[in-house]
Design a protein around this ligand. Sequence first.
Ligand SMILES: Nc1ncnc2c1ncn2[C@@H]1O[C@H](COP(=O)(O)OP(=O)(O)OP(=O)(O)O)[C@@H](O)[C@H]1O
Ligand SMILES: [Mg+2]
Length: 264
Amino acid sequence: MADENVLEFANVSKTYNIISDPLLSQGRQAVLDNVSLTLRRGEIYGFVGLNGAGKTTTIKIAMGLVRPDTGTVKMLGKALNSDDLRRIGFAPEKPAFYDFLSAEETMKYSARLLGYSADKTRIAEVLETLNLHNDMDKLVREYSKGMQQRLALAAAMLHDPELYILDEPSSGLDPVGRRHVKDLLRNLRSKGKTVFFSTHILSDVRELCDRVGIIHNGKMLFEGTLKDLNPKGEDLEDAFIKMTAVLPTETTTSAPKERELTQQ
Ligand SMILES: Nc1ncnc2c1ncn2[C@@H]1O[C@H](COP(=O)(O)OP(=O)(O)OP(=O)(O)O)[C@@H](O)[C@H]1O
Ligand SMILES: [Mg+2]
């Protein structure tokens, strides 16, 4: 079913305690406010927003790492459960590895955590897609930041999941690495996989995404196709900056409708 939803957020809200002085409770900060979004099977969905907009929090909720205060999340058609996590390839914003393991050992360990075993051939095959196969014996502590970022993507791919949730997969990558990631995401889509990724790189959004979600101050400003987002085909950065300037930071009360936004 081409239009089947694989991830659905319905009116999800999340607050965190504001604790700048540990002895004083200073109330709660709304981090996500009534977020609804839908990821459809087989698409690449770009999740865009300024620093602190709520992208990583949304992804953590999708992965069951953070619990929402209110609202519902459905993953692959039902409430998230630990078995579903095996059907997801997740690469976090700040991947953390054991320094004393090699890349190959890191991959084996990642597979084992998900209840799989991965042989050397499979590991080499996946590392090759991220151009890391010549460094598979190297210790992770000898990996550069960009290599670690790519290793996190490789670990997410190892079990050939149907859904990928990637938090800024291209951050810290050089132009060749970014090209690799773009090719990889296209390739995953061509195999029928679904990809949800957060990013600040609007050119990647333009080149890759079937649909886009824009989050601002914890509220969804927009969800739709690039054409809906940018009907006049203007510079995407201009369109994005205009859209996020619509709502001043402190006075945000409700998300304007799509049509109002696209006509700004
Ligand atoms: N564990 C936490 N406790 C308190 N506040 C938090 C916590 N995690 C995130 N926040 C706050 O939630 C808001 C959203 O953070 P989040 O990490 O989701 O943003 P983001 O869109 O991923 O930003 P970036 O582009 O910088 O990665 C920020 O104001 C942040 O300070
Ligand atoms: Mg983030």
